[in-house]
Ligand binder design. Structure first.
Ligand code: FE2
Ligand code: FE2
Length: 385
C-alpha cells in the first residue's frame, strides 16, 4: 500500500523543493548580497595593498631611497585609504550594523596614520637649519610603530570583513530556514484535516511540556533553550506525512475501517521520507528539520512498544516525539471531531494519566500534570471557531 502512494509523495517533495529554491533566490535579492560582496572584496584588497605598500616603504627607507620614492608611496597609500573609506561608507548603507562602524573606525585610523606619517616625513626632511639626522634614531622608532600599527589595523580589518562575510552567510541560513519552514508548513497545512489552531495549540503545549520537564530536572541535557526552540518550530510538521494519504481516507467523515486505518498510519513514515529529503537538501542534521523528522516518525509510538510505525518503546522513542504525543493526544481529546464530541479538560487529563507508563513517558505525563492549567488556558485561547 505504501508503494502505491510513493509517486504522489515524491511529487510533493519536488514541488516543495521548487518552492523553497524560489523563496531562497528572492531572499538573496532582498538583502542585496551582490551589492555587499563587491565592496567587501574591494576593502579587503585595498587593505592588503596598503599593508604591502607600507612594508615597501620600510624596506625602501632602510636602503636610503630618494625622497621621491617615499612621497610616491605615501601618496598612493593616502589615495587608497581614502578609497577604502569611501567603500566602507557605501557599505554602511547596505549593512546598517555596528560591525561596519567598527570597520569605518579602523579605516579612519589607518587614514590618520598615513596623514601623520606624511606630516612627520615633511617635518624631518624639510626642517632647514636642523640636522634631521639627529632624529634618525627616533625616525626608526616611528617607522616600527607605524608598521606595527598598520599590521594591527590590517589584521583587524580582515577579521572584521571575515566576520561580515560569516554574518551574511548566517543571516542567509537563518532566513533560508524560515522560508523553508514556511514552505513545509504550507505543505503540511494544505493536506491536513486539522485546523490551523491545532498547529498553534500543539506547538505551545510542546514548548510548555519541554520547559516544565527541564524545570523538574528531567532530560536537562536534551532540553537546552535552542532545542526547545527547535521543538517549537518543528511541532507543526508532525503530520506532514498526510501529504501522501489519499483524500477518500484523509477527508472521510467518520471513523476509518481497518484497511483505511493501516493506510492512515503510514503518514508517519511518509512524513519521515518528506523531511529526510529536505534534511539532505538543506544539510540540516542538527536543526529544525532533523527534529521534525523525529517527531513525524515517532509521535504515534507508545512507551510500552504498542505504537506505530516501528513499535519502539521507552527511551528508544525520541524525546521530541514522546513530548509531541502527549500534546497531540490532549488536543485530539478536547477538540470536537466530525465523529466525536470534544472531551472536557478533566476527562482528557484522566485519560492521559491512565496511560502514564503505557502509552506515554511517565515523566512527560508528570510534566503534563504540572502544566494542566496552562494547557487549559491555551485550549481556551486558541479554540476552534
Ligand atoms: Fe499523526
Ligand atoms: Fe496532530
Amino acid at each position: 500500500m505504501v508503494e502505491d502512494r510513493w509517486p504522489s509523495c515524491r511529487y510533493s517533495v519536488i514541488g516543495m523543493r521548487k518552492n523553497i529554491s524560489l523563496s531562497a533566490s528572492k531572499l538573496i535579492q532582498d538583502i542585496n548580497f551582490q551589492k555587499i560582496l563587491l565592496p567587501l572584496r574591494v576593502i579587503a584588497g585595498l587593505s592588503a595593498l596598503i599593508f604591502a605598500f607600507n612594508f615597501c616603504y620600510e624596506v625602501f627607507v632602510s636602503y636610503n631611497p630618494s625622497s621621491y620614492q617615499k612621497w610616491a608611496i605615501s601618496l598612493i597609500t593616502f589615495v587608497m585609504s581614502i578609497w577604502t573609506l569611501i567603500e566602507v561608507r557605501g557599505l554602511s548603507r547596505w549593512l546598517p550594523i555596528s560591525l561596519v562602524d567598527v570597520l569605518l573606525y579602523l579605516v579612519g585610523v589607518q587614514l590618520a596614520l598615513v596623514i601623520l606619517r606624511i606630516v612627520l616625513a615633511f617635518f624631518f626632511e624639510t626642517s632647514d637649519g636642523q640636522d634631521w639626522r639627529l632624529f634618525a634614531h627616533m625616525e626608526i622608532g616611528w617607522r616600527w610603530i607605524f608598521l606595527l600599527a598598520y599590521s594591527v589595523i590590517f589584521i583587524s580589518v580582515v577579521d572584521t570583513i571575515i566576520r561580515l562575510f560569516s554574518l551574511n552567510e548566517k543571516n542567509k541560513a537563518v532566513a533560508l530556514e524560515e522560508q523553508m519552514l514556511a514552505s513545509l508548513n504550507a505543505l503540511a497545512k494544505a493536506r491536513d484535516n486539522e485546523t490551523g489552531n491545532h498547529i498553534i495549540r500543539t506547538q505551545l503545549y510542546v514548548k510548555n511540556l519541554a520547559l516544565r520537564l527541564r524545570k523538574m530536572g528531567y532530560y536537562e541535557g536534551e532540553l537546552t533553550d535552542r532545542i526547545i526552540d527547535l521543538l517549537f518550530k518543528a511541532a507543526p510538521l508532525h503530520d506532514i506525512g498526510k501529504v501522501g494519504i489519499p483524500d477518500h481516507i484523509l477527508l472521510k467523515p467518520g471513523r476509518l475501517n481497518d484497511e483505511e486505518w493501516e493506510i492512515m498510519k503510514t503518514h508517519t513514515t511518509i512524513g519521515e521520507a518528506v523531511l529526510s529529503s529536505a534534511e539532505i537538501e538543506f544539510k540540516d542534521e542538527d536543526g529544525v528539520i532533523a527534529k521534525a523528522l523525529k517527531i513525524a516518525g515517532g509521535h504515534h509510538e507508545k512507551w510500552d512498544g504498542s505504537g506505530y510505525p516501528r513499535g519502539l518503546s521507552g527511551a528508544d522513542i525520541p524525546l521530541a516525539a514522546r513530548i509531541m504525543s502527549v500534546a497531540d493526544i490532549y488536543d485530539a481529546l478536547v477538540s470536537e471531531r466530525v465523529y466525536k464530541k470534544g472531551w472536557t479538560h478533566r476527562e482528557a487529563i484522566q485519560e492521559i494519566i491512565s496511560h502514564q507508563g503505557t502509552y506515554f513517558d511517565p515523566r512527560v505525563v508528570e510534566a503534563f500534570i504540572a502544566e494542566q492549567d496552562n494547557f487549559q488556558e491555551i485550549a481556551e485561547q486558541y479554540k476552534d471557531v
